[in-house]
Design a protein around this ligand. Structure first.
Ligand SMILES: NC(=O)c1ccc[n+]([C@@H]2O[C@H](COP(=O)([O-])OP(=O)(O)OC[C@H]3O[C@@H](n4cnc5c(N)ncnc54)[C@H](O)[C@@H]3O)[C@@H](O)[C@H]2O)c1
Length: 349
């Protein structure tokens, strides 16, 4: 596996995306979010996705330079039709609008539909929390293929339906919870397949509903379990609510349409802390709260307690120095695309 510095990987991603028709601005945004996911330790949403996005462009499932249309709005709400643009580009813009409305009116929310993959959901609420707002976002994949079983079922009927909430603080890194409501994000199974590794028990079942540790079982009729193991009804219930926010409130619907494009429906919201409490006091107390949590005596097998989001921050600091390991199968795909777009020499691939 080659280890590549983040900036070089960003440049490779951006150039390949431009080769596939993205504008310079779109390519820079998609590359920043994707490599940001690698830096945060979520390789499933990193450079590995670039060949997939380019394939979607070729199939007309992503439209570079797509129109961004606000189809309904009020002073505190916005409904955005992304016209099949890059999800990163569409959702970043929708979050900026939501933040501006929340700054003015205290709270604001938006729904987004007809956009491609939004990637690591944390990126958008963190935009809000870094400006003194509480940020929130949920996502699902419209009527794209489903991967997660309802609690007690053995056929996939739900997406991995992630949610993120991010809080302003004075901590060195952002405090957020950013999680799939399935036992694992589906992309992590893709990474395990690409790397030829097995996965822990409790993540997936095979096509007959038996527990499995072979990630390829997912592609062979298996499914991901809801978050929570024996208490999976809680992950399942949360996934259902997220799908209603992101799929039904957006008008994308539920279930699977095999002819459809990948369609990340999103709900996002921002809350201005100042509308409730002085921002400086709030940030100070959230910081003290994190410290209080971190000072918890550790249980057997643990060396440290982390605040939510801390591990991603620590990882990013380390990987910015050390570089990002890219699995050979992904590297080969990047090289093949560089050849296709006549960029091999320019990118030294
Ligand atoms: N766009 C999509 O369609 C989609 C779908 C599913 C997931 N995702 C993304 O996939 C990524 C991975 O999701 P996941 O569920 O595998 O995340 P995860 O299990 O790695 O982490 C979930 C959360 O738990 C926190 N955390 C992890 N270990 C911790 C510890 N030891 N102590 C304290 N906090 C800890 C993390 O900071 C994070 O906020 C997320 O970024 C998510 O947004 C995206």
């Amino acid at each position: 596996m080659p280890t590549v510095q983040a900036d070089r990987l960003k440049e490779i991603a951006a150039q390949l995306l431009m080769g596939a028709g993205a504008t310079e601005e779109e390519a820079a945004i998609v590359a920043r979010h994707s490599i940001g996911a690698n830096l945060a330790g979520h390789d499933s949403h990193g450079i590995i996705q670039i060949p997939t996005y380019i394939d979607r462009v070729k199939r007309g499932h992503i439209v570079p330079g797509a129109e961004y249309e606000v189809v309904r709005e009020s002073s505190t709400t916005t409904v955005v039709d992304g016209h099949w643009g890059y999800g990163y580009v569409v959702s970043e813009r929708a979050m900026k609008t939501t933040m501006a409305k929340a700054q003015e009116h205290g709270v604001a929310a938006a729904t987004v539909f007809r956009q491609s993959h939004v990637g690591r959901v944390a990126d958008y609420p963190i935009m809000a929390s870094s400006e003194g707002l509480i940020g929130m976002m949920t996502a699902d994949s419209g009527r794209s293929a489903k991967g997660v079983v309802p609690f007690g079922g053995r056929e996939a009927r739900l997406g991995t339906n992630p949610i993120c909430i991010s809080m302003p603080s004075n901590l060195e890194g952002p405090m957020f919870i950013d999680m799939a409501t399935s036992a694992v994000a589906a992309g992590k199974l893709g990474v395990a397949v690409a790397r030829g590794t097995s996965v822990p028990e409790g993540w997936i079942i095979d096509k007959d509903g038996n527990p499995s540790t072979d990630p390829s079982d997912l592609r062979n009729g298996g499914a991901v379990l809801p978050l929570g193991g024996a208490e999976g009804h809680k992950g399942y219930g949360l996934a259902v609510m997220i799908e209603i926010f992101s799929g039904i409130l957006t008008g994308l619907g539920f279930g699977h349409d095999p002819s459809g494009r990948h369609n990340d429906g999103c709900f996002m919201a921002a809350f201005k802390v100042d509308a409730f409490r002085d921002l400086a006091d709030f940030k100070k107390e959230v910081t003290e709260f994190a410290q209080y949590l971190k000072e918890t005596p550790t249980a057997k097998g643990f060396s440290e307690v982390f605040y939510p989001g801390e591990l991603e921050h620590l990882k990013e600091k380390r990987l910015l120095q050390e570089g990002i390991a890219v699995e050979d199968s992904t590297w080969d795909k990047l090289k093949a695309l560089a050849d296709e777009y006549g960029l091999a020499e320019k990118l030294a691939l």
